[in-house]
Design a protein around this ligand. Structure first.
Ligand code: ADP
Ligand code: MG
Length: 257
């Protein structure tokens, strides 16, 4: 996996605050958020639009610096690194999946998947590529370009690209947003399998309770703060889970305490 094996959590978000300055006004998009994700954990972050989900994910990915607090990945503080170190670290240890697939139109499925390693001047071992293609069901599109793939296939290629370095942490922002419900469910099932079989840690942002229900644990944000935390297995049905999450994301932390 590349990082020295340790008992450190795959991800530790420690009292993270991120504010933006708009003229005289300060917008606190994320306020004092702490989240721990162990190797093998699949955690969802839920909350309505504007609750700070994407901001949180961007800081955790090291794309933007926190105002206060720390992000530790396998014990290493992301913002103690130089920009260059952080870029190399991200490429090697974090797999990023966004709602828009961001595939390169002129490259084939297999070439798109290989990209993170190609950028570092490395080739993908044939066996690893074969395994990824098989697990993601991409045999049909390995030598096709994105414009002749379905949405589900494009998203799976984007996931292959995120996984090609065998990252210890996978970060996904609304990864099912452009997919129909069947492909959305398949995507969540493959995340769950990655956690169970490879010991990868997944932090997935979504506003959709039916998607969050696939994760073991869900953190609900309201107005940038953690309003609620729960486990899917403690609910009898998706409906019950959704009702509880929505109640907390609408009324905020007052209702949670
Ligand atoms: P979500 O992903 O849950 O919809 P965001 O993290 O995108 O929420 O946004 C949270 C809040 O932070 C919103 O009020 C948004 O307008 C604000 N925000 C996000 N990014 C920026 C930015 N780059 N500059 C200023 N304000 C921002
Ligand atoms: Mg968002």
């Amino acid at each position: 996996m590349g990082i020295a094996a340790s008992s450190a959590p795959a991800l530790l978000v420690d009292r993270l605050t991120k504010s933006f300055q708009h003229g005289n006004e300060t917008i606190e998009a994320v306020k004092d958020v702490s989240i721990r994700v162990n190797p093998g954990d699949f955690v969802a972050v839920m909350g309505p639009s504007g609750s700070g989900k994407s901001t949180l994910l961007n800081v955790v990915a090291g794309l933007t610096a926190p105002t206060e607090g720390a992000v530790r990945i396998s014990g290493l503080n992301l913002f103690d690194m130089s920009d260059h170190e952080r870029t190399l670290f991200r490429r090697r240890h974090i797999g990023l999946v966004f709602q828009s697939f961001n595939l390169i139109p002129s490259l084939t499925g297999e070439e798109n998947i290989s990209l993170p390693l190609l950028l570092g001047g490395e080739k993908v071992p044939a066996e690893r590529m074969a395994t990824l293609i098989e697990r993601l069901g991409l045999d049909r599109v390995r030598s096709r370009r994105p414009d002749s793939m379905s949405g589900g296939e494009q998203q799976r290629v984007a996931i292959g690209r995120a996984l090609v370095t065998a990252p210890s942490l996978i970060l996904a922002d609304e990864p099912t947003g452009s997919l129909d419900s069947v492909n959305g469910r398949k995507l969540c099932e493959s995340f769950a399998r990655l956690c169970a079989e490879d010991g990868a840690a997944v932090l997935m942002v979504t506003h959709n309770p039916a998607v969050a229900f696939f994760a073991e644990r869900t953190v609900v944000l309201h107005d940038g703060r953690v309003a609620h935390e729960c486990r899917s297995k403690d609910y009898g049905s998706v409906q019950e889970f959704a009702g509880d999450c929505l109640a907390h994301s609408e009324s905020g932390r007052e209702a949670a305490s």
